[in-house]
Design a protein. Structure first.
Length: 205
């Protein structure tokens, strides 16, 4: 079995929309008010890991569709990048969605969806594992679609004969209906006290 390193290098991979929706469900916040650098550092300090890098991923609405949130994300992402956070964003893809109403009629509306964000996050986690750039990947998400990624990473580093750990970090409270981290990872639930200590002092709204 590979030896566990004394100095555990960690990289945080943050799905921005997933983190926001988790915080909204757990704590009731109505906009992405997190400071991802502080959140990642809080988790790593608690676990005794050394945070090397923070990578952030999000979809951004088109300015012609939602100028307010487009402006919010542009300012927040710029602030992150100026602090050394690796930022990846893509425009939302718009599709017509049809829902059936209680009276049996249907209603069609245009909705924006993230496309490619989770794929890019997964590729970066895998690529940086292959390059031996971290010992711990801290993935801020509860998306069970990433379980297969976890298995693949462990297979890759098995060929390298080295120690690795994959963690799933997520806001958590008794009000949430879904309280599991990504399967086959170390779960790192974030309580309200920890989250509130990591709120971004700048309100980009």
């Amino acid at each position: 079995m590979p030896a566990e390193p004394a100095n555990k290098r960690a990289i945080a991979f943050i799905d921005g929309q997933n983190l926001y929706h988790m915080a909204r469900q757990a704590f009731g916040y109505t906009y992405p008010n997190y400071d991802v650098q502080k959140l990642a550092q809080a988790i790593c300090t608690l676990k005794g890991w050394n945070l090397d890098r923070v990578c952030f991923y999000t979809g951004v609405p088109d300015a012609t569709d939602n100028a307010f949130w487009n402006g919010f994300w542009k300012k927040k992402l710029l602030g992150m990048s100026r602090r050394g956070i690796s930022v990846y964003s893509r425009s939302l893809v718009y599709r017509n969605k049809v829902v059936t109403l209680p009276d049996g009629t249907t209603h069609s509306f245009l909705t924006g969806e993230e496309k490619g964000i989770d794929v890019r996050l997964a590729l970066d986690v895998l690529d940086l594992a292959h390059r031996n750039e971290y010992d711990v990947a801290v993935i801020f998400s509860q998306d069970q679609d990433l379980t297969e990624l976890v298995d693949l990473i462990r297979a890759v580093v098995g060929f390298q004969n080295r120690w690795i750990r994959i963690a799933s970090a997520y806001p958590d409270s008794p009000t949430k209906t879904y309280r599991r981290g990504i399967d086959r990872t170390d779960w790192c639930p974030i309580d309200r006290t920890t989250y509130d200590a990591c709120i971004d002092p700048i309100d980009y709204r």
